[in-house]
Write a protein that binds this ligand. Structure first.
Ligand code: SAH
Length: 348
């Protein structure tokens, strides 16, 4: 079977060419064609000899995704349903901010974490994405929209720290100056709290931002919302976060989805302040998006503001995340895994 050429870091591609008895500088040229020129065939690599182009074509694939469906929100946010060419579909979301374009990428087909408020949980887990499939989400959107994406958030379908090696590899590929050249400071990884891999990530020395889905400062409540808390309770999670901050010197962003009558009253805010006091962190409040058959509903605006103000007055920097793309089910927690057949039925 042909291998996806987007799965290789530049160094790996150099080795591949060496093994084909080709000069390694060719690897740089090819890497540029793939990641900067964003070509759709090896044929287009005009500074590569025809013979080598043919060899590449026999050995590798570019694996360019097919867009099955593109939905455009009234706020300009766009959601893409990509056919991975194996019958699976994943979703990615493009958002435009003042500073540029940001993409929310998926890291797995489905998710094992089982968070009760998240739509990605509804359907069984199929598999993790390969590094090249993570990178291709960015390339596919850039081809379609003719834009340069400047920020990446791993907040789509899946738990990035449950697909650790491929996510770190994808970041390495995306970050390469000969490729997409997106700085790691412009990349955020969001985790539900896979503690051992927070320690691993801290030691990678990549400067990406870590977002941690906290959602409650109380173990009982958090375990009910997020089963992962039964394995890695809040104390263990926070210990890992402190170590992450110590090693990287970087501020952690805690995500806190506010659900009415669940985790949104002042008592919860007080507990949260106690928990995070003195930490180099920021709290990102997300008005929870209700999902099909979900029991959690959005807090009132009044409660959201009170919660935010309480944190800010008590020394914890907190902001409310702007809600984008809710009308096309592209907001936090609304991405799902579907199959090609499924999505065609739903969308017709
Ligand atoms: N698995 C990772 C990344 C995916 S979710 C994680 O758990 O962090 C990205 C963010 O959206 C997480 O903070 C997640 O908890 C949040 N989220 C999930 N469902 C949501 C919902 N229905 N409303 C608001 N935020 C939600």
């Amino acid at each position: 079977m042909k291998e996806n050429i987007k799965n290789f870091t530049l160094d790996e591609l150099k080795k591949q060419l060496e093994n084909m008895s080709e000069k390694t500088f060719r690897a740089e040229q090819i890497f540029k064609w793939v990641h900067q020129e964003n070509v759709s065939s090896f044929e287009e690599m005009t500074n590569i000899a025809k013979e080598l182009r043919e060899k590449l074509d026999q050995k590798y694939t570019l694996n360019n995704f097919k867009i099955i469906k593109k939905l455009v929100s009234s706020d300009g946010t766009k959601k893409y349903l990509f056919d991975l060419l194996d019958g699976n579909i994943i979703e990615s979301v493009l958002m435009e901010y003042k500073y540029g374009f940001s993409i929310c990428v998926s890291s797995q087909i489905g998710c094992k974490m089982g968070c009760k408020f998240c739509a990605s949980t509804g359907i069984p887990f199929i598999r993790s994405l390969e590094a090249g499939e993570i990178v291709e989400q960015i390339l596919a959107v850039q081809r379609e929209e003719n834009v340069k994406i400047s920020n990446i958030v791993f907040m789509g379908i899946g738990e990035p720290l449950d697909n650790y090696d491929n996510v770190v590899k994808a970041i390495n590929i995306i970050n390469n100056p000969k490729g997409l050249n997106i700085g790691t400071r412009h990349i955020s990884i969001s985790t539900s709290g896979v503690v051992p891999n927070i320690y691993r990530l801290a030691n990678e020395k990549i400067q990406c931002t870590l977002s941690v889905s906290l959602h409650s400062s109380n173990n009982e409540k958090r375990s009910e919302m997020m089963p992962v808390n039964k394995v890695y309770p809040i104390e263990k999670l926070l210990e890992a976060c402190r170590e992450y901050i110590r090693i990287t010197n970087k501020r952690i962003s805690f995500e806190y989805a506010l659900a009415k009558d669940n985790n949104d009253n002042l008592k919860d805010a007080k507990e949260l302040v106690m928990l995070l006091k003195g930490m180099l962190c920021h709290v990102n409040l997300i008005p929870i998006n209700k999902i099909e058959n979900g029991k959690y509903i959005k807090s009132t605006n009044d409660n959201i503001i009170k919660f935010r103000d309480y944190l800010n007055k008590n020394g914890i920097v907190a902001t409310v995340r702007r809600e984008l793309g809710t009308d096309i089910q592209a907001a936090c927690g609304q991405l799902r895994r579907t199959t090609v057949e499924n999505s065609l039925i739903k969308n017709n």
